[in-house]
Every structure is written in C-alpha cells, then in structure tokens.
Ligand binder design. Structure first.
Ligand SMILES: Cc1ncc(COP(=O)(O)O)c(C=O)c1O
Length: 452
C-alpha cells in the first residue's frame, strides 16, 4: 500500500476517469455491447477485458507507434501488443514481405529456402547451433521442456516465483506467504496439480536453487534472464554465474526465455551478457506481430534428442504444430530480423528509453514520491515502492491495483496506452522524442492530481 495517498480522493478520481472514459468511447461501448452477444465476455481473448476501462477500446487502425480507435481518439502506443508489436505496428519491410509471400503460398508442411536464412540468423544472434519453429512462445517453452525431460528422464522442472512463460501448465505455480508452493490462484482447470511437476523458488536465491537442484530430479530450469512479468527484476551480481554453474553441476538443463528480454539487444539479454543456456526460447515480436516463435539448443541437446526420437512418430510426440514454420511466418521473420530488429534500432530505442526513464524519474523527484523506475533496454516500468524488489514474492506484495488502474486510465483517457497488468512502456522504431515528452507531461499531471 502506498502510504502517502489519500485513498478516498483516489477513489473519487478513479470514478471521474471512468466517466470520462465512457464519454470518450461511445462507439467502443456500442461495439462491446454487440460483441458480448457472440464473443464470450465481449472479447476474442480473455485478457482483453483486463484493461483499466470497464470495456475494451476497439481499434480502427495502427501504424508505427500510434493507433486510432473507432471513436477517432489517437494514442501513442507504449504497450505495443505487450511486446508482440515492439517492431512498431505493421513495419514496412515486414508488410512488403508478407504481401509478396502471400501470393506464393502460405503453408505447406514443406520448407522454403528462406527458412535457412532465418536459422543462420538465429545462430548468429543467439549463439546456439540448432533451431526449431513454433507459433507462440508458450509452445516454444512447452517443446523445450519436453525435450529436456525426454533427454534427462527427470520428471520435474524448476521456475521462479511469479514468473510468466505463457500458458505452460507446469509454470502456473507460486509460493504462498509461508513459502510453500501452491497452484497459482486462478490456474484454470490444470490437468495435474503443478506441485507434482514443478519446483518453485525465489529469483536471486542461490541457496534455494542449490537445494532444489541437488535432488537431481529437475530436468530443466526455465527462466527469464531478467524477470519482466511481475515487473522488471534484475539478477543480482553473480546470480547468472551461479545459475549456470549449479545447473551444470546437477545435470539440469538451463532454458532461457528471451520473449520479453529481447528488449535488451539484438541477441536478447543472453548475447548482451554472455549467458550460455542449453535452450533459448523466444516469440512475440520476431515476425513483426505475425505468429512466430523459435527455440534453439546446443549440439549436445540436438544429438541426444535425435538418438531418442523415433521419426515415424515425430508427428504425434507432443512437439510440433501443423502451421509451425509456415511460409508466411518465415517471410515475416526474415524481413523483421533483417530490417526492423536491427542493431541501429536497438541503439536508437535504448537511448530514447533512457530519456523516458530520466523524465519519469525527474517527476518522481519533483513530487518527492517513494516510487522508482526500472529499465531493461528499450523497456521500462514505474513502481509504486521506494526500493527495487529482489524477487517475485516481494514484487507481488508491492502491487497496488487501485493506483495501477488509476494511472492506466488517466493516461489512456489522454491518448497513451501503457502495458496492462503493470505500468510498462516499450519504445518502437517509430516512437519519437515528442511521444516520450508527451508521456512525461501526462504522467506529471496524473501524479499532481493525486498528491498535488
Ligand atoms: C517471458 C514470456 N514467455 C512466454 C510468453 C508467452 O507468449 P505467448 O502468449 O505469445 O505464447 C510470454 C507472454 O507474455 C512471456 O512474457
């Protein structure tokens, strides 16, 4: 809870913003009412109802760092499809490649030559020799976990408290207040209690890691190199070295999920900080927003996997997907990697993100707030607490839903979209200094409204 805030006042402000939201979005409201008659909850996918407004904004069109809604409101998009559109919306090179490929076949269950370019580029960026394709990062993680369990013949995996790796069943587990593992609240209809499949410990806790791995029953640790889904939580100095050393010591594979941490650089956090994972998974922005994901692994994994794989049953083994590796995704991925997620993009976007962070920090200082901003590459996030959390449990305890909702709604009502579920902002190739400055102005107004 945030001590300096007058909660009654915050509640009143929230109601006023809710009314403003209704007033500014009559067409979205009308469409939402119609959508509720055919779509469960009025949305095509469950999460779209979890925005700060009491109904979702319906989009008219999106381009670059902006989009407009059906009511004619224009927004700067710092959410960027929660990283799916980190490339900016519909980047020209990707759109051209899609338009070209679409004339030449979309999916065949056969490779086109271009996929080799993509494999070689993934090798170059991420340093792992062999690659496979999926349609979502969730699937990339699921498949890497299956391979790790198959090779090691160990039953368990290990994840960090309040991690998120997609809707992977085994990962929906957290620690309760006493530090006992439990199924994540609202884990919907799990086929198996995750306590049977998964060990969960806090990030940055080397002793707990060693205890968990020393039983030698863990096939793989699945980790984001910097946690991003309960806010940005950096590893403490030496943590990654210990993680690698202990996983090797106890024969456990290390799967690094770069789906969000690709914000750190062209080869993700792994390339920037010299990590040596056994598997690397990534999805979301790889193909400019067209569904595409990949997982890469070492020579050793490749050989061990091949020696155990019965090719006659490769299609029913639990790894794959009819549309995975389809020609459209591959064409989009090639164009995006070649022209959009380039070294130049990263240096420009990271510099602009530094500026975003500095400006938000200057407002926090001006109002003497016990808040901080955390940054990783072209991603940053403000926190309503005075010190950075060290792990998921601490981060979860600091969540202030009311304040989160107010900041989201206030900015949304003034033409800014932040990532839902937390106050995160990404910089795209098309985001400008003016966009960043406008955010600072609105952020300042929001702060002033609650503490002024
Ligand atoms: C780190 C990480 N891995 C995997 C995923 C799953 O991605 P998708 O929902 O596209 O499968 C997410 C989604 O937010 C994520 O943050």
């Amino acid at each position: 809870m945030n001590p300096i805030l007058d909660r009654n006042k915050l509640n009143q402000l929230l109601n006023a913003e809710e009314q403003l939201f209704h007033k500014n979005h009559p067409k979205s409201y009308e469409l939402y009412q119609r959508a509720r008659k055919s779509l469960h909850g009025g949305v095509p996918m469950l999460w779209m109802i979890r925005w700060a407004g009491s109904f979702p904004i319906f989009v008219k069109e999106a381009k670059g760092a902006h989009f407009t809604d059906v009511d004619g409101n224009d927004y700067i998009d710092f959410c960027l499809g929660d990283t799916g559109a980190m490339t900016g919306h519909s980047p020209e090179a990707t759109v051209n490649a899609i338009n070209e490929q679409i004339q030449k076949g979309i999916t065949l269950m056969l490779p086109y030559e271009d996929v080799i370019w993509v494999g070689e580029e993934l090798q170059r960026r991420f340093g792992l020799p062999y690659w496979q394709f999926a349609l979502t990062a969730t699937d990339a993680n699921r498949f890497a976990l299956r391979m790790a369990r198959m090779i090691t013949e160990r039953p368990k995996i290990l994840v960090f408290n309040y991690c998120y790796h997609g809707s992977v069943d085994e990962t929906l587990i957290v620690l309760d207040e006493e530090g006992t593992p439990m199924s994540r609240p609202n884990n919907l209809g799990p086929q198996v209690d995750p306590r049977f499949t998964t060990k969960v410990i806090e990030f940055n806790d080397i002793a707990a890691l060693e205890t968990a791995l020393s039983a030698r029953d863990v096939a793989a640790v699945l980790a984001e190199p910097v946690m991003t889904n309960i806010g940005i939580i950096h590893p403490e100095p030496g943590y990654h070295e210990a993680l690698r050393e202990l996983t090797r010591k106890y024969g456990t594979y290390l799967i690094i999920d770069e789906t969000h941490t690709i914000c750190a650089g062209p080869g993700g956090y792994s390339a920037s900080f010299g990590l040596e994972p056994d598997f690397l998974t990534i999805g979301k922005p790889l193909a400019g927003g067209v569904p595409a994901a990949v997982y890469g692994f070492t020579e050793e994994v490749s050989q061990k996997f091949s020696s155990r794989l019965d090719v006659d049953d490769a299609d029913v083994g639990g790894i794959g997907g009819t549309l995975a590796g389809n020609a459209l995704s591959i064409a989009a991925m090639k164009a995006t990697l070649q022209n959009v997620l380039t070294d130049e993009f990263y240096s420009q976007a990271i510099a602009l993100q530094e500026c975003f962070t500095d400006e938000v920090e200057s407002v926090i200082r001006e109002f003497n707030l016990p808040w901080i901003v955390k940054r990783l590459g072209n991603r940053s996030e403000y926190w309503f607490r005075s010190t950075p959390p060290k792990n998921g449990g601490q981060a979860f305890a600091a969540i202030d839903h009311e304040l989160d909702r107010y900041m989201h709604l206030f900015t949304m009502n003034r033409g800014i979209l932040m990532t839902p579920f937390h106050n995160m902002a990404l910089i795209s190739p098309e985001t400008t200094q003016a966009d960043v400055d406008y955010h600072t102005k609105i952020f300042r107004e929001a702060v002033q409204s609650i503490v002024g």
